[in-house]
Design a protein around this ligand. Structure first.
Ligand SMILES: [Zn+2]
Length: 225
């Protein structure tokens, strides 16, 4: 191989590595259960891998993480369908675990529902958590905000303005963050960037000029709550 061809091959390899920076694996460890069988029939490994990749792209865009240096250093994300009850799904480090009994027991369009669940869990993989100092409700709210913006919010979620407090979590906090993001486009991306190294309620003041408590009052008033 000539030196030129060698150099060209290296460049091509480099380009391939840059494009497909994250690998995805999908393992169904529940093939013997009704939910595991439903996963294979209705959702499947190929669709799940495509969804994991689409979710990652969407999350990087939502968080405005254009460069690798802006993102977490993760090369592989592994999805498992597990024999488990309790929560529909959870994530830990670079793993997402989805419950077979949730898939088996879901009444309705389970493919769309699991797609939404994967967007939520994938957000946990990529989001910053303020070095562990951010409120859990905010972490869950950001994950559901991403799911909302990806158009995978289920119909049973609260309406805008509903809920008891801003960091209640999940759909309540997601709808509040959507309001904040409408006040300033890119707000959630900026908030996530700040949460790379720590957390303070002052971030809301820095970005929107009001305390989070005042924003919550404004939000409730805006929707007549
Ligand atoms: Zn979550």
């Amino acid at each position: 191989m000539s030196r030129h061809v060698y150099a060209l091959s290296l460049l091509v390899l480099l380009a391939i590595n840059t494009v497909s920076a994250v690998d995805y694996t999908v393992t169904n460890r529940a093939t013997g259960t009704a939910g595991g069988a439903r996963f294979n029939t209705v959702i499947g490994v190929d669709y799940s891998k495509q969804t994991l990749a689409s979710a990652t792209d969407f999350i990087w865009r939502t968080f405005q993480q254009t460069n690798a240096a802006d993102r977490k250093d993760i090369q592989t994300v592994n999805l498992f369908i597990d024999v488990m009850g309790g929560a529909p799904a959870y994530s830990v480090n670079n793993e997402i675990h989805v419950s077979d009994s949730y898939i088996g027991g879901y009444s309705g369009d389970v493919k769309t529902e699991i797609t939404g669940v994967l967007y939520h869990e994938m957000t946990h993989i990529w989001q910053w958590n303020g070095n562990g100092q951010a409120p859990g409700g905010l972490i869950e709210g950001i994950a559901d905000f991403v799911r909302l913006k990806a158009n995978y919010a289920p119909s049973h979620w609260v309406q805008p303005g509903q809920g008891d407090k801003w960091d209640q979590g999940y759909d309540v906090t997601a709808k509040f963050l959507d309001y904040c993001n409408d006040l300033k486009n890119g707000f959630v991306a900026e908030l996530n960037k700040k949460m790379r190294t720590g957390y303070s309620a002052q971030y809301f003041v820095d970005l929107l000029g009001k305390t989070v408590d005042q924003l919550w009052v404004d939000y409730k008033a805006r929707y007549g709550q």
